[in-house]
Every structure is written in structure tokens, then in C-alpha cells.
Design a protein around this ligand. Structure first.
Ligand SMILES: Cc1cc2nc3c(=O)[nH]c(=O)nc-3n(C[C@H](O)[C@H](O)[C@H](O)COP(=O)(O)O)c2cc1C
Ligand SMILES: CCCCC(=O)C(=O)O
Length: 381
């Protein structure tokens, strides 16, 4: 039975070729940060309040003038088309059905315009990787034109994290067929057939832009996560000018950086260690959250991702001051396991678990969860 995000992970492990599952599931170095994300969330406790009216539970929040039915959304993940062809559109439409936002990765396998069209009424944010300044500028312009409502600049990938599973699997460009890969495909025929019909996925946002000289090398740069490392706070001003809507930074953990973000006119933060895929020495996102929230002092929304697998985890993050959270791998497990139905189910499970948690806590509204932070004994680390 698929009763929770971990069950979907096991099903994804069964159905995906090993090299795809490892790419999705894997982390940097020894996986210390990955485990810390989970164990720090687990060790937090919330003391429930009793005899409160919980007849109606309202999980909605308002962000940048838009209503979200649930206080969580889908984090940007690259290569969703590898999990299932058309994965980006499937995830975006599922988020819309759940009343949740969807963030599209620069490294998506569908053109950003086509993904926007898959859920025109939905909340869609565009994530930006800057491998090359002019290319990034064109993506920003296209995202603005297509109607993405916010831009998310990822700042924790100056260079790729050390993904040893990917290295062992030969997961790089150009992709070379090996006996090991052939066996991987033969033993996962359903995935292999679908992939064969769809053709090899590419980074569609980059090839779609004919002006990018050497788009093949840009594709390889993206897979290798070879970013422009000269991008610094001072150069953020340009992006701030180019993008007319809310600008968020994703991948920040230090309170000083949160203060710099306020000073540089950023509109929102996503406290994140990239799901443990970048610096293995990073603190867990949940342990870094209170420091960032304190530094920001309510001047902008502070989101969190990395390690969220349960409704209780969402409640804990909000109790520690998060405006809302994002999930990365869980929805990819859902996509791998059952396609659109699986994504709906994973989002539905998280929403159901959150409603039950809020009922048990005696906190019928999200604001009540936030007020738990004012009663320190209710939240222990
Ligand atoms: C397969 C995969 C691909 C990812 N690709 C991107 C990406 O392209 N851009 C980005 O900002 N973050 C990317 N991330 C990080 C996620 O946005 C998010 O921070 C992370 O998955 C959250 O942790 P969780 O998987 O434990 O929920 C990726 C994560 C995964 C698992
Ligand atoms: C393949 C493009 C980058 C994806 C990414 O950011 C990640 O694997 O964590």
C-alpha cells in the first residue's frame, strides 16, 4: 500500500532504472546533510493544545497576493522528463489541482512557455540558474512574457555538489551506452519503452533559444552544473531591474545572508540546502530556519525546503516561522510510481496529514500554528 511519501519512494525505486532513481534520490558526499534534514525534523516536537474548536481546518495562506490552498508547493527540479516524459507539465497541473504553487527549473525538459500553458490559472514560479549571463537574461525575459509570477534565483550551486552515485552510474554528457545501462533498461521495460517513444530529453529552455551559440556546450554545462561563479551580491542589482515581479533567493542558510538579501531588495527567501545535494556539511534546513526568520524580522516571506516528507514536518517548519514549505523528491517519487495520479496522491497525502496534524495540535488556521513559536515550551529542538 502507498500510504506515505516513503512508500512512494520504494515504489519509485522499483520502477525507475537505477541511474534515474539515484539521480533523484541521491545526495552529496556521504549523505550526512540529507540524513540531518530528516533527523532534525524528526527530533523536533510540538506540544498540542486541547479543547479547541477544530471543526473547520483552514490550511490556506496568501503569498504575493495569491491564495494557496495549502502552505506547500513543488520545488524546482531539473530533468523531470527523465522521471516521466512531460513530467514538468504533469507536476505543474497537479500543483494547480492541489491549489499549490509549482516552480519550474531552468533545467526543465519542456520549454517554459509550454509548461505555463499546462496550468494557465496556476501559481507558477521560474527558477533561474546562471551559467551564462545573457542566456539567463533571455530566460528571465521569456518567463516574464509567459506569465510566471515570481523568479527564484538558486544561490547554492556555484559548482555541483559531489554526487558519487551519478559518477558511478556514468550520469554525464555525452551519455555513453554501457552493458550496465543496457541491463538497467532491460530490467525496467515500462520506463524504457516510454522513454524510447519520447526520445532523449534535453534542456528545452536552452535549445529553444536559437541565439545561444554552442547550445550543446550549454547543455553539458547545465548537466555538470557549471555556473557563473562571478555572480555576487553586487550583480544582483541587474537581475532586480530586469525582473518586474517578486524575486526570491533559494539556498540560503546564514542569517547574515538573509540580512544582505533584505538590503538588496529581495522579496522572499527559500531556506534550503538543496535537499542535501550540495554542501554535505550544511546544517539542516529546519535548524537554519529560525536564525533566518529572526534576521528577516517579518520583512519578507521565508520559505523552507529539504527533508519535508510528512504533514507534521510542514507544521514544524511553520511553527518555527516558515511562511510555507516546498517539496522536491516526494512528488518525483509520486510521478515515477503512478504518473499524474501519483503526484496528486503525494500532494493529497501531505495535505491530509497536515489537516490531521493541525486538528491534533488544536490549531485550526496556519496563523495559529505560527503562534506556537511564541510559546517556546511548545517547540523544542
Ligand atoms: C532530482 C532533483 C533535481 C533538482 N534540481 C534543481 C534545480 O534544477 N534547481 C534548483 O534550484 N533546485 C533543484 N533541486 C533542489 C530542490 O529544489 C529542493 O531544494 C530539494 O529537492 C528539497 O529537498 P527534498 O527533496 O528533500 O524535498 C533538485 C532536487 C532534486 C531532488
Ligand atoms: C541537472 C541540472 C541541475 C539539477 C540540480 O540542481 C540537482 O540535481 O540538484
Amino acid at each position: 500500500m502507498l500510504l506515505n511519501a516513503d512508500d512512494f519512494r520504494e515504489e519509485a525505486r522499483r520502477l525507475l532504472p537505477r541511474f534515474v532513481f539515484d539521480y533523484v534520490d541521491g545526495a552529496a558526499d556521504d549523505g550526512d546533510c540529507l540524513r540531518r534534514n530528516r533527523s532534525d525534523l524528526e527530533s523536533l516536537t510540538l506540544a498540542p493544545r486541547v479543547l479547541r474548536d477544530t471543526t473547520v481546518i483552514d490550511t490556506s495562506i496568501e503569498v504575493f497576493g495569491r491564495q494557496w490552498r495549502v502552505p506547500f508547493g513543488i520545488a524546482p527540479t531539473g530533468l523531470n522528463g527523465l522521471v516521466q516524459p512531460g513530467g514538468d507539465a504533469i507536476l505543474s497541473a497537479a500543483a494547480d489541482r492541489a491549489g499549490a504553487p509549482f516552480a519550474l527549473s531552468t533545467a526543465s525538459n519542456m520549454r517554459l512557455e509550454d509548461v505555463r500553458a499546462a496550468a494557465p490559472g496556476g501559481v507558477q514560479w521560474m527558477q533561474l540558474y546562471v551559467m551564462h549571463r545573457e542566456m539567463a537574461q533571455r530566460i528571465v525575459q521569456r518567463a516574464q512574457k509567459a506569465g510566471y509570477q515570481a523568479l527564484v534565483l538558486t544561490v547554492d550551486v556555484p559548482v555541483s555538489g559531489n554526487r558519487e552515485l551519478d559518477a558511478r552510474n556514468g550520469f554525464k554528457m555525452p551519455f555513453r551506452p554501457t552493458p550496465k545501462l543496457a541491463w538497467d533498461l532491460i530490467t525496467h521495460p515500462r520506463w524504457a519503452l516510454r522513454a524510447a517513444r519520447a526520445g532523449a530529453p534535453d534542456f528545452a529552455n536552452i535549445t529553444a533559444d536559437g541565439a545561444d551559440a554552442g547550445s550543446a556546450s550549454m547543455q553539458a554545462a547545465l548537466l555538470a552544473r557549471a555556473m557563473d561563479r562571478s555572480l555576487v551580491w553586487e550583480t544582483l542589482a541587474r537581475l532586480r531591474d530586469d525582473w518586474k515581479g517578486p524575486l526570491l533567493l533559494k539556498g540560503l542558510l546564514h542569517p547574515h545572508d538573509a540580512r544582505l538579501a533584505v538590503e538588496h531588495g529581495v522579496d522572499g527567501l527559500i531556506v534550503s540546502n538543496h535537499g542535501g545535494r550540495q554542501l554535505d556539511a550544511s546544517p539542516s534546513a529546519i535548524s537554519a530556519l529560525p536564525g533566518v526568520v529572526a534576521a528577516v524580522q517579518g520583512r519578507m516571506p521565508v520559505f523552507m525546503d529539504s527533508g519535508i516528507r510528512r504533514g507534521t514536518h510542514i507544521a514544524k517548519a511553520i511553527a518555527l516561522g516558515a511562511t510555507g514549505v516546498f517539496v522536491g523528491r516526494p512528488v518525483l517519487y509520486g510521478l515515477a510510481a503512478r504518473g499524474a495520479v501519483g503526484v496528486d496522491r503525494v500532494l493529497g497525502l501531505l495535505a491530509e496529514e497536515l489537516v490531521r496534524t493541525m486538528t491534533l495540535l488544536g490549531t485550526p488556521r496556519i496563523a495559529d500554528l505560527r503562534s506556537l513559536i511564541d510559546a517556546p515550551l511548545n517547540v523544542r529542538q
